[in-house]
Structures are given as C-alpha cells and as structure tokens.
Write a protein that binds this ligand. Structure first.
Ligand code: DX5
Ligand code: ZN
Length: 218
C-alpha cells in the first residue's frame, strides 16, 4: 500500500486567518494543502483564486494542491502554475472535450496534473486520461461545500481506478475528497485511496495533529 497523505481542505478554515491556518496545518503534520477554487458557475459557491495561492506560497513549503472547480480551467492553468501551485486538478465535467489537452497543458506548465470525477460520473469517462495523470481525484460528495456526507459509491470507483493504476505500474496518486471521517477512512484507504482530503474532520477537531495522525492510521 502506498504511503497515506493527508490533504486538509482550507475551505473549512477561517478565511480571515488563512496564513496562520496553513502554518498550523503544516505543524500538525499535513502533507499537502488542498485549495478549493470555486467560481460560482461550475459550482454554487465562490471561494478564492490565483492571489490566494500566490500568497499562501509564501506561508508554507507544503505542496499546494489546487482543486479547480471552475469552467474553462485551461484559461487559468499558467496563472495558477506561476502563483505556485504544485498540483492542479481539473474536472472531467468542466473539460469533457479537452481533458487530455488540459492535463498536458498543466504538465507543460511544470505542475503535476490530475483529473477529477463527480459522484455521478463513471470511471469510464476518464479511463483514457488516467495514465496521463499524476493524481486522480474521486469526489465523494457533490462539489461546492464542505461538511457533506460521504457517498459510498465512491468506494467502487476508487477500487476500479486503483486496479487500473496498479496494472499500469505507474506512480499515480489516488485522492478522495468529501465527507471523510475517522469512521470511514479505513475503508476508503482499503479501497485504494492514498491521498485523503479532509475539511471538517480536521478543522472541527480540537487537536489537529492528533486527528491528522489518526486519519493517516497512526
Ligand atoms: C467540496 C470540496 C472539498 C471539501 C471537503 O467541494 O472539494 O474539498 O472542502 O470538505 P469535507 O471534508 O468537510 O467534506
Ligand atoms: Zn476539494
């Protein structure tokens, strides 16, 4: 099994204290900072964009994992790369016609790339793009908001994608995002996810270091 990495989602952070929040996550043993970028069009919520990534870059050495929930992500790839993103993931649902091209565009910009599928999208839709990715992200809630309930059909998708990755022999991360708790994290890891996004579970905890260690399984 691959090393488990925890990617706290700063969607659940206090936006007025973002620098401190990210430093606290770093001290608490987070492996990546999951940045949920929402445009109010692809999803019914608006968060932050390039400037936030640029400013967070100065606050942490952890990889900035930018989950773009926006339409036309190809318009902003270079800007997020320049701002300091380490990973950029784009939704299949936002680039149905040009997913492979956008993934290659991200790589060309010097950043790791990933494809994301929503709960209603079958693995089949990204099958041909999986081996182009550095990371594949399976949404286990409908994107837009933190604190939703985990949708269990994500487990089958994780198993399916894990089998494809393992059969390829390539070093591709498999990420899960939405509704992860201490109660369901074990079966999520058993299904093959090795990068775990956690928003509410980390931010509602009294002790972030303890919860991150527990999610990792230590
Ligand atoms: C949802 C976001 C998630 C969210 C996860 O659109 O992509 O990253 O913040 O939050 P929790 O862990 O609270 O479900
Ligand atoms: Zn996310």
């Amino acid at each position: 099994m691959k090393t488990i990495k925890i990617a706290p989602s700063i969607l659940s952070a206090d936006f007025a204290k973002m620098g401190e929040e990210v430093k606290s996550l770093e001290k608490s043993g987070a492996d990546l900072i999951h940045c949920d970028v929402m445009d109010g069009v692809f999803v019914n919520n608006i968060t932050f964009g390039i400037k936030m990534v640029e400013d967070l870059r100065k606050c942490t050495t952890l990889p900035l994992d930018c989950h773009l929930m926006i339409v036309h992500p190809e318009k902003y790839v270079e800007a997020f790369a320049k701002a300091g993103a380490d990973i950029i993931t784009v939704h299949y649902e936002a680039c149905q016609e040009n997913l492979k091209e956008v993934l290659l565009q991200i790589k060309k910009a010097g950043v790791k790339c990933g494809a994301v599928i929503n709960p209603d999208t079958p693995v089949e839709k990204i099958k041909e793009a999986i081996l182009l990715c550095n990371m594949v992200l399976v949404m286990s809630v409908y994107p837009g908001f933190g604190g939703q309930k985990f949708i269990p059909t994500a487990l089958d998708k994780l198993r399916e994608i894990r089998a494809i990755i393992d059969a390829s022999g390539q070093d591709i991360d498999l990420q899960v995002d939405g509704g992860v708790t201490l109660e369901n994290v074990t079966e999520i890891k058993e299904a093959g996810a090795n990068v775990i996004v956690a928003g509410n579970t980390v931010f509602k905890a009294e002790n972030r270091a303890e919860i991150i260690a527990k999610l990792k399984g230590r």
